[in-house]
Ligand binder design. Structure first.
Ligand code: XBP
Length: 227
């Protein structure tokens, strides 16, 4: 069936954003006087838990102490604001090929969607950073964060995106950087192009239709051929 949409994960796929997330988490922990601090090794392990609130709860369980769920939810809002401040300082680039592929797809009349665990505010912060405009002016559908209860690797966020695109999975192609994201998209019946990121480089991408170092040499014609 003809390819009609590209669906992008956000963190690690559009840009290497997880370092900014890690800094925002640590700044929030410090602001709350917590003895929590996630170094890169901690964070690589914690990233296996998708969702910032869920990640903080998983850390609380692991260390045996920490704020209650209501406080975690409040902290997560502060963390999202801190993340936006970090991105607003500028300097974050899109991963190779991302901007060009999105431009080619738009010019060819394809639909564009986001399917991400990250919070909608973070999608807006990244869109401002990469395109200088609201995410809704770049993407036709934005499926983000708590719009679904079950986060990646559950397929829910991709099923939500497909529903709002009004397309069957066969007419879309997903782009992901993690095992969790790959299996979320696969679970929704999508073909997946995997571009491992700094934090996900060692993960298992055997289930992907293509595994690439990045999208620097991947054109729309390649996406059409994969569909
Ligand atoms: C990545 C995630 C998110 C981010 C942090 O989402 O799992 O939790 O790490 O963002 P994806 P939040 O790869 O699906 O883009 O703190 O807003 O969850």
């Amino acid at each position: 069936m003809a390819l009609k949409a590209l669906i992008f994960d956000v963190d690690g796929t559009l840009a290497e954003t997880e370092e900014a997330h890690r800094q925002a988490f640590n700044a929030t922990f410090a602001a709350h006087g917590l003895d929590w601090h996630w170094n890169q090794q901690d964070y690589a392990r914690l990233l296996k838990v998708t969702g910032g609130k869920e990640r903080m709860a998983a850390h609380r369980a692991a260390v045996g102490h920490g704020p209650d769920d209501a406080t975690i939810a409040a902290m997560h809002k502060e963390k999202t604001a801190a993340y936006g401040d970090i991105l607003a300082r500028g300097g974050l680039q899109a991963r190779p090929g991302v901007l060009r592929l999105i431009e080619e797809a738009r010019a060819a009349g394809l639909l564009l969607a986001i399917a991400t665990t990250t919070s909608p505010g973070n999608v807006e912060a990244l869109a401002a950073c990469l395109w200088g405009k609201p995410a809704g002016q770049v993407f036709d559908v934005i499926a983000a964060g708590d719009v679904v209860k079950a986060k990646k690797p559950a397929p829910d966020i991709y099923l939500f995106a497909l529903e709002h695109l009004a397309l069957p999975a066969a007419q879309a192609l997903a782009f992901e950087d993690t095992w969790n994201g790959l299996h979320s998209a696969k679970g929704a019946g999508l073909k997946v192009v995997a571009t491992p990121s700094v934090y996900s480089a060692g993960e298992d991408f055997a289930a992907a239709h293509r595994v690439l170092p990045d999208l620097g040499c991947f054109r729309l014609v390649d996406a059409l051929a994969l569909a």
